[in-house]
Design a binder for this molecule. Structure first.
Ligand code: NAD
Ligand code: DAU
Length: 343
């Protein structure tokens, strides 16, 4: 199979590229990635000599490049995106360009080149927020709340239109919150680990009561692979983990694993429009794809903390000058107004 992966130098993308090359021997995999702040070739360094793997540095909005790369592909797994909610609140422009325009550029080329499979990797954030009860099914209405989520919902609607209008063989996956190796330390779990390892306070939004449905990236990648192999054309599949936890409890578990004191917890002003809770019903993926997550949050966190401990040099390179100036913009004022956790 000839497979085009977009965004393969990012967190989930690099885990997915490794998963795919392990899962299928006769694979020719092309990874198209623009290497934004979130893309890192170090994540795939061990594959440089693998003759089945090719990296192309480029933009999914570059129609000529995308059309050339699409020729002869059997399938596409589209992961490239601007992915961080907080950055979309600061400036949404890149989210609209990459997530919306980039997705249409890929769909157009895939249609021209008659690609037999197009897996679009989306997110549970397209559903918006839940209260304390219930779970989202694939039939739940789309109600995105952040500019990031809105751009992902817009992308999904274009994928849906490609199926209904042009009969393109698309499949959409909606994953819950991922964590694991190679996640950029702007996201909560690696940020918490990185700060705690450095003895720095960890910013916790609001009262730390928001709930997320965590899935280890290896389980998410297995779900995306199952959707590629067995997904029904036109279908949407939720890919959620089994564990739900509020952010304060999660942070306490991380600090305990690192042997760090809870005085590092800093309650800071909340994210504007902060979704309270996400939870996915993944029964359809279990039934139709034969997929289910294998790792509990406890086991996944053990592995993840161990990975970041063992890869301190990777983490420090990720926390470079550009990261420091982002961190300043995002957190300086918040941390000045923040409060330590009370015992
Ligand atoms: P990430 O930010 O770590 O990686 C994104 C990658 O896309 C980077 O390598 C970046 O260089 C590349 N990229 C960005 N703009 C590009 C462009 N214009 N052209 C080509 N490449 C470009 O993101 P992630 O967390 O690995 O997420 C991957 C995908 O999975 C995204 O589509 C995201 O919406 C989705 N998703 C993420 C999660 C999560 O919890 N992280 C959960 C569900 C779904
Ligand atoms: O649900 C899937 C989504 O999960 C993906 O589509 C997104 O790409 C991914 O970024 C993630 O979105 P979240 O906003 O849920 O993830 P984040 O890691 O930014 O935040 C997780 C929770 O932790 C959320 O409730 C906000 C909170 N948080 C986050 C940061 C960065 C804090 O309390 N402090 C922080 O510094």
């Amino acid at each position: 199979m000839r497979l085009l992966v977009t965004g393969g130098a990012g967190f989930i993308g690099s885990n997915f590229v490794r998963h795919a090359l392990r899962a299928q021997r006769d694979l020719e995999l092309t990874n198209l990635d623009a290497l934004t702040y979130a893309g890192n070739l170090e994540n795939l360094a061990e594959l440089e000599a693998d003759p089945r793997y090719r990296f192309v540095h480029g933009d999914i909005c570059d129609a000529a490049l995308v059309d050339r790369l699409m020729a002869g592909q059997d399938a596409v797994v589209h992961l490239a995106a601007e992915s961080h909610v907080d950055r979309s609140i600061l400036d949404a422009a890149a989210f609209i360009r990459t997530n919306v325009q980039g997705t249409q550029t890929l769909l157009d080329a895939a249609r021209r080149r008659q690609v037999a499979r197009f897996v679009h990797v989306s997110t549970d954030e397209v559903y918006g927020s839940l209260g304390a009860e219930g779970k989202f099914t694939e039939a739940s209405p789309l109600a995105p709340n952040s500019p990031y989520a809105a751009s992902k919902a817009a992308a999904e609607l274009l994928v849906r239109a490609a199926f209904h209008t042009h009969g393109q063989p698309v499949v959409i996956t909606r994953g819950s919150n991922n964590y694991g190796p190679y996640q950029f330390p702007e996201k909560f779990i690696p940020l918490a680990i990185a700060n705690a390892l450095a003895g720095q306070p960890v910013p916790l939004y609001g009262e730390g009561k928001n709930v997320r449905n965590w899935i280890h990236v290896a389980d998410h990648c297995a779900g995306i692979w199952a959707a590629l192999e067995r997904g029904r054309a036109g279908a949407v599949y939720n890919l959620g983990g089994d564990d739900e936890v509020d952010n304060l409890t999660l942070l306490r578990r991380i600090l305990a694993r690192l042997g760090r004191d809870e005085s590092l917890i800093r309650f800071v002003p909340d994210r504007p429009g902060h979704d309270f809770r996400y939870a996915l019903d993944s029964a359809l993926a279990r039934r139709e794809l034969g997929w289910r997550p294998a790792l509990s949050l406890d086991e996944g966190l053990d592995r993840t903390v161990a990975w970041y401990r063992a890869n301190g040099a990777w983490l420090e390179r990720a926390r470079d000058g550009a990261y420091r100036s982002y961190y300043e913009t995002q957190y300086r004022a918040r941390l000045e107004r923040g409060q330590e956790a009370r015992p």
